[in-house]
Design a protein around this ligand. Structure first.
Ligand code: 13P
Length: 250
């Protein structure tokens, strides 16, 4: 099945509003003819201004996090409606930094993904094993469990729209990329699990790879049968570098 590629930038806790706007001004003309879905996830403080800068362009806005509750006494949190308000089309949930640094569970991630869907924001659901888990031979069982747990509340009639990001923790920010073959092995296992959960729709779900993706390695990663995109940290911070990734097929 032909799945439309999706290349997303996760800026994490980087870029002020002026920096985000300067990026957009340089980046948008570079990618105006991109044949893929292109997404930018700035920090929350830059969502509104960047959303305005991206309006009418072919580049979508994503949040890096969301709280599943609609409103209330949740100091410091941001609701799905607030993300709709600023123009988010996507929301990253379950990033390993949130799972490991802030104790987020599969159950909480599942609630976030469902809350985003309820507001017509497409969740980008992240999974990935630690180095210890990989060395213990637990990668496929652990990631399979994360997939089942984190997607447990996705409405089955909309499952085809969800985006999954496989990010092995040991490859994030380390310069160590999984080889295309290593990544494909896990992507194929994820695809199999998605088929068990969602039947034929599992074939339509896009699975991004993340972890030290760069202009130099994106082409061989994207050539793998079950790699449909990338979620990019460090190499997404410069317009030239992320444009080269978004235009990987040129
Ligand atoms: P790097 O591309 O910096 O390794 O980060 C990957 C990542 O965590 C994207 O969400």
């Amino acid at each position: 099945m032909a799945r439309r590629p999706i290349l997303a930038a996760n800026w994490k806790m980087q870029k002020t509003v002026p920096e985000a706007l300067a990026f957009a001004a340089d980046f948008l003309p570079r990618v105006k003819d991109a044949q893929a879905d292109v997404v930018l996830a700035p920090p929350a403080t830059a969502l509104h201004a960047l959303g305005q800068a991206l309006a009418g362009s072919n580049v979508a806005l994503a949040a890096q996090n969301v709280n599943p509750e609609a409103k209330g006494a949740f100091t410091g949190e941001i609701s799905p409606d607030m993300l709709v308000d600023v123009g988010c089309g996507y929301g990253i949930v379950g990033h390993s930094e949130r799972r490991t640094l802030y104790g987020e569970t599969d159950e909480f991630v599942a609630a976030k993904a469902a809350a985003l869907f309820a507001r017509d924001i497409v969740p980008i659901v992240c999974v990935g094993e630690s180095l210890e888990q990989r060395e213990a031979g637990q990668t496929l069982s652990f990631v399979g469990g994360q997939i089942a747990g984190s997607l447990a509340r996705i409405p089955s009639e909309r499952a085809a729209e969800v985006v999954v990001a496989y990010e092995p923790i040991w490859a994030i920010g380390t310069g160590k990329t999984a080889t295309p073959e290593m990544a494909q092995e896990v992507h194929a296992a994820i695809r199999g699990r998605l088929g068990e959960l969602f039947g034929a729709d599992g074939e339509a779900i896009r699975i991004q790879y993340g972890g030290s993706v760069k202009p130099e390695n994106v082409v061989e990663l994207m050539a793998q049968a079950d790699i449909d995109g990338a979620l990019v940290g460090g190499a997404s911070l410069e317009p030239e570098s992320f444009a080269a990734i978004a235009l990987f097929d040129r």
